[in-house]
Design a protein around this ligand. Structure first.
Ligand code: SF4
Length: 275
């Protein structure tokens, strides 16, 4: 299906045009989600998109599925409720680095720990864009932000490693340069039975790029192209070569009991009155 037809089918015309800045990568990530859903041939009513607050979280308003635009950092508890109430739905959580890992960090850890069948697409633009360019837990050390005009001394963490430690069972990463890969990984995450996270490295040329003199959107995407390396090739690099690179592709996958299925067993036991 051509992109124009996809926009007509999957977006709410009354909510467009979007508010994203020219050159923002959020449209690419949102397009990758739609392409993944289209590829898997789901009905629109089979999908729920839940978001928190922030630039990327506006996507839930633009997309024509069952959607919830929830509170800051609270997309995962809302999505957990949606999934438990309506297990037939494929629930996709649209969130940013600040929303998911700072304000919603606790929820993120526990949703991963439960291995509930949700697919998190984490738009990582390295900054709080909408709220004014403050640094987030994923802002690289020494970067400038409105809350760190001389550079942040905080150490950023790797959200994929956090997800693995917390118990997520499908972990992947791509960039807005590697668009086809991003869409394929989102499709795999949706099909995976358990907690899946796809980190989408995306450019924010306005709130992050401008403060850090990273150039316009094409320069930021060129950086993504030059620094994202498929996992198999990344593993062959020396420690020195790895320093300014990051792995992309499926980073981790395992099978483990899924939360809703386990919860159903408890309900069945309770209905029989057996302890
Ligand atoms: Fe995109 Fe950054 Fe503008 Fe937000 S502030 S819409 S992330 S470019």
């Amino acid at each position: 299906m051509e992109m124009e037809q996809m926009i007509e089918k999957y977006f709410r015309p009354g909510r467009l045009p979007h508010i994203w800045c020219p050159g923002c990568g959020n449209g690419i990530v949102t397009g990758a989600i739609v392409k993944a859903i289209d590829k898997l041939a789901f009905e629109k009513d089979d999908i729920a998109v839940v978001s928190g607050i922030g630039c990327s979280s506006r996507a839930s308003g633009y997309l024509d599925f069952n959607t919830v635009h929830s509170a800051h950092g609270r997309a995962l508890p809302v999505a957990t409720g949606v999934k438990l109430a309506e297990p037939r739905l494929k629930v996709i959580v649209v969130t940013g680095d600040g929303d998911a890992t700072a304000i919603g960090g606790n929820h993120f850890i526990h949703a991963a720990r439960r291995n509930i069948d949700l697919t998190v697409v984490l738009y990582n633009n390295n900054i709080y864009g909408m709220t004014g360019g403050q640094y987030s837990p994923l802002t690289p050390t020494n970067s400038k932000a409105t809350t760190a005009p001389y550079g942040t001394v905080d150490r950023a963490f790797d959200v994929t490693e956090l997800a693995k430690g917390a118990g997520a069972t499908f972990i992947a990463r791509a960039t807005t340069f590697h668009t086809q890969l991003l869409s394929d990984l989102i499709a795999q995450g949706i099909q995976h039975e358990g907690f899946s996270i796809i980190e989408a490295i995306t450019a924010c040329p306005i709130s992050y790029g401008r403060q850090n003199k990273l150039g316009a959107a094409p320069a930021m995407m060129k950086w993504q192209k030059e620094h994202g390396v498929m996992l198999a090739a990344y593993e062959k690099l020396s420690d020195e070569q790895k320093e300014d690179k990051f792995p992309i592709g499926v980073l981790y996958k395992k099978n483990a009991p899924e939360y809703v299925a386990e919860y159903d067993k408890v309900i069945a036991k309770a209905q029989k009155g057996a302890k």
